[in-house]
Design a binder for this molecule. Structure first.
Ligand SMILES: [Zn+2]
Length: 210
């Protein structure tokens, strides 16, 4: 999985008319897909969604995830253990959750998340973590706001099918994004780690104020 370094973005395939997009999307959908915000956990559209079908990019309709790879991570956001085609997305190192704090990046490289965005249109989708279930061990933590759902419909009665594979419950352990878009530390971190991280953050904000 090639990950682009921080600050070096690959260009998307298509250019989006931002004004038209603002008309089409809700404010939060626009903020999440275009400004890399994070929607609120638990109350978003697809967190508990169990219909059978395909999740596509909200902006350009590129097919991204199948309902059979969706699972319950307990994180509050739709989680998938695999993607239809890795070449449809861009992986990029993202230090925004720790404010680009250089000291922390050096000391705690595991705090750098990997952002996932749509390769076709450049929209922000979410992040990927290595705490997913088998067989991939990965968790695509994706904003509902970045997705649209295309249901698989029964040919005879036109009803929407429910995903028949049994739902996997595999709790996330590597944290995620808070409703304010800030990456929280995993709750199991020991106290010394927390103090160290907090101290480094205070040091950075003090330096910025000078
Ligand atoms: Zn897209």
């Amino acid at each position: 999985m090639p990950i682009s370094p921080i600050g070096r973005e690959k260009s998307p395939n298509i250019t989006i008319d931002k004004a038209a997009l603002k008309e089409r999307l809700t404010p939060i959908e626009y903020q999440v897909t275009q400004e890399k915000m994070t929607e609120r956990p638990y109350t978003n559209k697809f967190y508990k969604h169990r219909e059978k079908g395909t999740y596509v990019c909200k902006v350009c309709s590129e097919g991204l995830f199948l309902s059979g790879t969706k699972y319950d991570s307990g994180s509050g956001w739709p989680s998938f253990f695999d993607i239809i085609d890795k070449s449809k997305v861009i992986f990029r190192a993202d230090a925004s959750g720790i404010g680009g704090n250089l000291l922390l990046i050096v000391k705690r490289p595991e705090l750098i998340r990997t952002e996932v965005s749509c390769k076709n249109c450049g929209s922000h989708l979410g992040h990927i973590f290595n705490d997913g279930p088998k067989p991939t061990g990965q968790r695509y933590c994706i904003n509902s706001c970045s997705l649209e759902f295309i249901a698989e419909v029964d040919e005879i009665d036109g009803s929407v099918k429910t995903e028949e594979s049994e739902e996997i419950h595999h709790p996330a352990t590597l944290g995620g994004c808070g409703p304010d878009g800030i990456c929280r530390l995993p709750p199991k971190n020991n106290v010394r780690d927390r103090i160290e991280v907090r101290a480094a953050m205070i040091e950075t904000s003090t330096n910025t104020l000078r």
